[in-house]
Design a protein around this ligand. Structure first.
Ligand SMILES: NC(=O)c1ccc[n+]([C@@H]2O[C@H](COP(=O)([O-])OP(=O)(O)OC[C@H]3O[C@@H](n4cnc5c(N)ncnc54)[C@H](OP(=O)(O)O)[C@@H]3O)[C@@H](O)[C@H]2O)c1
Length: 276
C-alpha cells in the first residue's frame, strides 16, 4: 500500500538519527527503524519488513557497517519497498565505492529498482567516528592506532551534513542525480585531526600508524570480527591510494551552503561532552 511517510532504516545510527530529527523539523512523520528503533527492523529477519513499509513512499537506508550484510538483502528489501508503493530510495554508501569496493558497488546496484528513483550518497569518513564511533574510546585513551596510510589526507565530513543532504533529497519533488559524492570542506591527515582535537580539549592525543598485518592481528586478538577487520583494511587502501584527498562539492551543490569544518565539529563535540 502506498502512503506518504518516510521510513528511516538505521535510525539510531550516526546519520539515521540526524535524518529523523531533520525530517521532524520539517513536519514530516519519519518512521525510525532499526533493531532497537521505534519501528522494529532487522536486515536478517525479512518477516518484519512489510509492516515497516506500511504507509511509506520514501526510504532512507543506512546499512550497518558489517560487510556481511549482503547486497542481496538490500536488493530484496528495495524490491519489496517498490512493490509496496515506495517511489524514492536514498542509500548511504561511501567513498570506497568510488575506490572500487565491490561490496559498496553491489549495495548501490541494489537500490536501482525499476519504478523508483534510487539515489546514492557517497560520503567520506565521518567526523563523528571520533566522538560517537569506533575511535571515541581511543581519543579518550589518548592514542589512535590506525592502519598505516602514510599519513594520507582525508576529507572528513560531519554526519549532520550527510543527514541534511538526505533530508533535502527525500523531501524535494525534483528528480536528482543518481550519485552524490559528499565531503567536508578540506582534507587533512589523522595527525592534523588529532591536533585539532588536542587543541580544543587540552588532551594530548597521539596517532600511531600500524602496518596492516600487525593492525589486523591486534584487532582480531581483541575480538574484532574478521569481516569488520577486512573492511577497515579495504578503507585504508582507499585512503592510501588518495581517494579521500580531494574534497567534493556535493554538500554545497545540494544545500547551497558550505559543509561544516572539522574544527567546528570538534568544538561542538567537546562542548557537548563527547570526550569528557
Ligand atoms: N562511519 C564512517 O566513517 C562511514 C563513512 C562512509 C560510509 N559509511 C557507511 O555508513 C553506514 C553506517 O555506518 P555508521 O558508522 O553510521 O553506523 P552506525 O552509526 O553504527 O549505525 C548503524 C545503524 O544500523 C543499525 N543496525 C545494525 N545492525 C542492524 C541489523 N541487523 N538490522 C537493522 N539495523 C541494524 C543500528 O541500529 P540498531 O543497533 O538499533 O539495529 C544503527 O542504527 C555503513 O554502511 C558504512 O559503510 C560510514
Amino acid at each position: 500500500m502506498s502512503g506518504t511517510d518516510i521510513l528511516v532504516v538505521g535510525a539510531t545510527g550516526k546519520t539515521g538519527r540526524r535524518v529523523v530529527e531533520g525530517l521532524r523539523r520539517l513536519g514530516e512523520r519519519p518512521r525510525a527503524a532499526s533493531r532497537s528503533g521505534a519501528v522494529r527492523f532487522d536486515w536478517y529477519d525479512p518477516s518484519g519488513w512489510r509492516a515497516a513499509l506500511d504507509g511509506v513512499d520514501r526510504v532512507y537506508i543506512a546499512p550497518p557497517t558489517v560487510p556481511d550484510l549482503a547486497a542481496k538483502q538490500v536488493a530484496a528489501f528495495a524490491r519489496l519497498a517498490v512493490d509496496n508503493g515506495v517511489r524514492k530510495l536514498v542509500l548511504l554508501s561511501g567513498r570506497s565505492a568510488r575506490a572500487g569496493s565491490e561490496r559498496m558497488l553491489a549495495l548501490e546496484r541494489a537500490v536501482r529498482v525499476p519504478g523508483a528513483e534510487g539515489i546514492v550518497l557517497r560520503p567520506s569518513v565521518f567526523d563523528q567516528n571520533f566522538s560517537e564511533g569506533n575511535l571515541r574510546q581511543s581519543v579518550i585513551g589518548g592514542t589512535i592506532r590506525l592502519v598505516a596510510t602514510g599519513n594520507a589526507a582525508v576529507d572528513f565530513i560531519d554526519a549532520a551534513d550527510i543527514a541534511d543532504v538526505a533530508v533535502a533529497l527525500l523531501t524535494a519533488e525534483a528528480r536528482h542525480e543518481p550519485v552524490y559524492e559528499l565531503s567536508g570542506p578540506a582534507a587533512m591527515s589523522y595527525v592534523d585531526a588529532a591536533a585539532l582535537i588536542s587543541k580544543a580539549t587540552g588532551m594530548d592525543l597521539r596517532v600511531v600508524e600500524v602496518e596492516p598485518e600487525a593492525w589486523a592481528a591486534a584487532a582480531l586478538a581483541k575480538g574484532a570480527p574478521a569481516d569488520a577487520v577486512d573492511w577497515s583494511l579495504e578503507a585504508a587502501d582507499g585512503v592510501r591510494a588518495g581517494f579521500y584527498a580531494t574534497p567534493f562539492t556535493g554538500v554545497q551543490d545540494v544545500l547551497g551552503r558550505a559543509p561544516v569544518t572539522f574544527d567546528a565539529f570538534v568544538r561542538a563535540a567537546a562542548a557537548a561532552g563527547a570526550w569528557s
